[in-house]
Write a protein that binds this ligand. Structure first.
Ligand code: HEM
Length: 251
């Protein structure tokens, strides 16, 4: 959330984040309202965890209790952001390894990927699949040809990098298990989505399970979100409660 300032370089500049991350104005607005009512009490980290839960509920998904008490970091790491975030063209094994390094298992990988039931992706994040998946000028075999043809009209082989596409082509504004149903018919837009169905028997079974059983997906998503939210939180006496999520407090 920090912007670049002085010697601090913002994680917004890392490869996976640049020209991608958005919605900071929503966090700023929540922070502003909270600081007016109850100053220096709610960290930006807790606000993001709560906003993730509430946006899930508002779009029709499950609810869960968010453990609070995270504090905000005094620093940022572009290198950490570059190294630890999986890319959209990652192989399944590289995604699983990155999650594992954070204490998240295969069930968490599949369930949390279900967040792609809402939201958008830029053309540049999946273009390779439409034109040249393996460097031989041929589209990805595991992408539905009819879907690919439609995507090509607004995601040309060059230009239109920032054009936006739904991650879930059927119910893009509803938090549901449609994402998993899409994967069964090769309508996953990102490589990192479709590989859950094509690259391992274990993840394929989980995709089928969540496609069949929305309840089970909701239950696991809630559990995995709490687990992800508990990845090495910064707690007192470390860190601070920022007054403005975009910059560290002046001491
Ligand atoms: C499994 C590894 C993951 C990869 C490789 C991945 C990759 C991506 C990419 C490439 C985009 C589009 C970004 C752009 O083009 O600007 C995206 C969007 C999104 N991702 Fe993921 N993601 C992963 C896991 C997750 C998880 C765990 C969550 C949350 C639980 C999540 C939630 C979202 C949401 C909500 C969007 C849409 C954002 C928007 O509309 O602004 N993703 N993801």
């Amino acid at each position: 959330m920090l912007d670049t300032s002085g010697t601090l370089v913002s994680e917004k500049r890392s490869n996976p984040n640049k020209d991608s991350l958005r919605g900071f104005e929503v966090i700023d607005e929540i922070k502003y309202a909270l600081e007016n009512e109850c100053p220096q009490t709610f960290s930006c980290a807790d606000i993001v965890a709560l906003a993730a839960r509430d946006s899930t509920v508002l779009t029709g998904g499950p609810s869960w209790e968010v453990p609070l008490g995270r504090r905000d970091s005094l620093d940022a790491s572009v290198q950490g952001s570059n190294n630890n975030l999986p890319a959209p063209n990652s192989t399944l094994s590289s995604i699983i390894t990155k999650f594992k390094l954070q204490g998240l298992d295969i069930v968490d990988v599949v369930a949390l990927s279900g967040a792609h039931t809402i939201g958008d992706t830029r053309c540049v994040s999946f273009r390779q699949r439409l034109y040249n998946q393996s460097g031989n000028g041929v589209p990805d075999f595991s992408l539905n040809p009819a879907y690919a043809a439609g995507l090509r009209t607004k995601c040309p082989s060059s230009g239109g990098d920032q054009n936006l596409f739904f991650l879930d082509l059927v119910t893009p504004f509803k938090f549901d298990n449609q994402y998993f149903k899409n994967l069964l018919v090769y309508n996953g837009i990102l490589n990192s989505d479709e590989v859950l169905f094509t690259q391992s028997a274990q993840t394929m079974e989980l995709v089928k399970l969540y496609a069949e059983n929305n309840e089970l997906f909701f239950e696991q998503f809630a559990k995995s979100m709490v687990k992800m939210g508990n990845i090495s939180p910064l707690t007192w006496p470390m860190g601070e409660i920022r007054k403005n999520c975009r910059r560290v407090n002046h001491h």
